[in-house]
Design a protein around this ligand. Sequence first.
Ligand code: HEC
Length: 164
Amino acid sequence: MSNEHGNLIKNPKQLIIMVFASFFVPLIIILLLMVFVNNGKRGDSSETSEQLIKPVGQLNFKDASAPREPQTGEQVYKAVCASCHVSGAAGAPKFGDTGAWTARLGKGYDGLLTSVLKGKGAMPARGGASPADVSDYELGRAVVYLANSAGGKLAEPKAPAPAK
Ligand code: HEC
């Protein structure tokens, strides 16, 4: 073997060790540097020890029964109704399509809202939304948003009195 001298890598096992070493040694150096830099910071930082030892992840629990801002008609429309009313799927009157809405607008707000609450034809009750996600009031706002996109002149429904 002519290159036996001065060559560290003599067999596959050593090759693997070298590859690992060339990967991990710099990594360890970087980690040590990071620890070093952080240690320097810790001395003069104003963080309390509580902040320093607090868990990395924090869960934010939300009280489901807490009152929340009612969604606007547009928000409900986009989240629930648009899937059918944009494309006119299953014969749904399209958003902004005055021709498709004129006859329906004659039912008035209450009539239209009843259709949405109970379902009509291919439209499931509440447009398929659960009452926990979308309240009657919010559905009403979506009806107004949708109807007024197509020539309707419905007034915004009144917000329900806050539950006690
Ligand atoms: C799964 C598809 C689908 C979804 C989701 C859907 N609709 Fe509809 N919608 C329809 C169809 C189909 C019709 C036509 C029903 C008919 O007249 O037979 C319709 C009709 C209506 C009408 C007219 C009802 C009437 O009495 O003429 C209103 C108002 C309406 N939709 C509002 C909404 C609102 C608001 C939402 C969201 C909360 C919604 N829709 C979600 C399919 C859907």
